[in-house]
Design a protein around this ligand. Sequence first.
Ligand SMILES: NC(=O)c1ccc[n+]([C@@H]2O[C@H](COP(=O)([O-])OP(=O)(O)OC[C@H]3O[C@@H](n4cnc5c(N)ncnc54)[C@H](O)[C@@H]3O)[C@@H](O)[C@H]2O)c1
Ligand SMILES: O=P(O)(O)OC[C@H](O)CO
Length: 332
Amino acid sequence: MGKNICIMGAGSWGTALSVLLATNGHKVRMWSFFKEEAEGINTHRENIAKLPGVWVPDTVTCTNDVNEALQDAEAVIMVVPSEFMRSTMKTIKGALKDNTIVVSCSKGLEDETFLTMSQIIKEEAPNVRVVALSGPSHAEEVGRSIPTAIVAASVDNEAALFVQDIFMSPMFRVYTNSDIIGVELGGAIKNVIALCAGISDGLGFGDNTKAALMTRGITEMSRLGEIMGAKPKTFSGLAGIGDLIVTCTSMHSRNRRAGILIGKGKSLEEALKEVAMVVEGVNTTKAAYHMAKKMNVEMPITNQAYEVLFNGKDARQAVVDLMMRDKKLENV
Ligand SMILES: NC(=O)c1ccc[n+]([C@@H]2O[C@H](COP(=O)([O-])OP(=O)(O)OC[C@H]3O[C@@H](n4cnc5c(N)ncnc54)[C@H](O)[C@@H]3O)[C@@H](O)[C@H]2O)c1
Ligand SMILES: O=P(O)(O)OC[C@H](O)CO
């Protein structure tokens, strides 16, 4: 039976998920931070700036009013950029009933606290049931019903099964996983590696380079995950290697595209302006860099990404410095 679902965030991913959920027979109320964005979606049945060419069904309405969006919601889908997760949760937490299922679809880590999105949600609203939905899923493809597989992760199995049910379709396969920390770390750290893969492409390096970055990127992700209590197997699944592959290779990826521009010599600010949608890997590089330092985890690619993005290091020199680190065994 169709459910009443609220989506907080009406950018490219929020809009694509609204199309999927409406197609699955649910009634969707979407909220945008921007009044004009909400009005634009209602008027044109399309998010022209962020997901052009994808038609939004009539069973989706978009509003700038939080209370209107949350009215009678049986599940709340959080899909704002990660830097706004806490402020958005603060805005809505008073209106959330106990045991409401809140689904994080955002990928990132909070600056300074290093918390994942589900941890922020739980900190702000301890009585909700939280699930993370993550995996290789570009909005441009999900919005066009291109077959996609993804993971609904939660320590609350019933909540994960509920999320699996509402999203699952012949074109959108949802697995469940109890390792929410692993799933969220995979989704956050792959953006750092995708920025680097883009920089490598922008510098004119090749497929060998990218394969090396991706493989050693998984190693970094797993090292951090181990310290955080994640299950190693999660990183060889959809939310780990799966999302890393799609983000490092697809031209849909905002992180990869920003990286390409930086590799070609643009400044970070110029690259972000040109992409004009959220590039989560930038803030995540900062958070992961400081997190790795604090926890004494070796993350050389992340360290070089930090130097290039925030200290003006030459990207080509960063690659050389990565290549010329101490000789070592592969599996340590
Ligand atoms: N785009 C994708 O293909 C995709 C896929 C999977 C996950 N994600 C994740 O989803 C999240 C959102 O990404 P997106 O691509 O939809 O971003 P986007 O840049 O397309 O849209 C961001 C949206 O966030 C909202 N917003 C802007 N400022 C805000 C504020 N101050 N407070 C609250 N909300 C604000 C607005 O509705 C805006 O349209 C990110 O964490 C991203 O990693 C994106
Ligand atoms: O466009 P990106 O780089 O933000 O990646 C979007 C999704 O995370 C891909 O799964």
